[in-house]
Write a protein that binds this ligand. Structure first.
Ligand code: HEC
Length: 169
């Protein structure tokens, strides 16, 4: 019973929680808490990164970013990565962790892709390959690319953040 309901609960939380996140919040938090290691632009070159083994992830690495869904990034931020200097940030609010996941997950995208991504999400650009927040949270560009191609997958997952209370048509 438990095993069956837990994933569903997580998906529901994922959908509602990250809708609250937004780009500015993620950016401000990252500058405060994450830049020491991951760097001011997310390139993994912050002042505290010297000598760390493994080194902090470079969020501007497009290949690496393509393998990650927002939910997988959220999980790392929540749980940390044991055996590395990446700690758990479960003390941050759920909304902050989602905002951070979307923020760092977007650092490898070009502004052109982000503009297209926002338009796809708002419904002003069609067709829209992803319909729900849950699906978006659980999709990596690499997985999506298998069915809709690289460019569409990149654009579909690229966005600065989800606006608070954003409505989908
Ligand atoms: C003390 C240094 C340090 C700080 C501060 C830090 N990180 Fe990390 N982070 C790391 C290291 C090192 C890794 C890579 C671990 C590995 O390779 O297994 C990592 C990995 C990650 C990953 C996994 C990415 C991927 O593609 O696998 C995410 C997401 C992440 N960090 C987010 C954050 C966020 C968000 C913050 C701020 C709340 C933060 N980190 C603060 C050191 C740090």
């Amino acid at each position: 019973m438990k095993r069956f309901f837990l994933p569903i609960l997580i998906l529901m939380l994922a959908g509602t929680a990250h809708a609250k996140g937004n780009a500015d919040k993620g950016k401000a938090k990252a500058a405060q808490v994450c830049a020491a290691c991951h760097g001011a632009t997310g390139a993994g070159d912050g002042p505290a990164s010297a000598g760390l083994d493994p080194p902090p992830i470079d969020f501007t690495d497009a290949h690496r970013a393509s393998q990650r869904s927002p939910f997988s990034l959220y999980q790392v931020v929540t749980q940390g990565l044991p055996g590395t200097s990446m700690a758990s940030y479960s003390q941050l609010s759920d909304a902050d962790r989602w905002a951070l996941a979307y923020y760092v997950g977007n650092l490898a995208n070009t502004s052109e892709d982000v503009t297209a991504g926002e338009a796809l999400w708002n419904g002003t650009l069609q067709p829209r390959p992803i319909e729900t927040l849950e699906e978006l949270s659980n999709s990596s560009p690499a997985d999506l690319a298998k069915t809709i191609g690289d460019r569409q997958a990149r654009q579909t997952t690229a966005r600065k953040g989800l606006r608070i209370g954003a409505k989908r048509r």
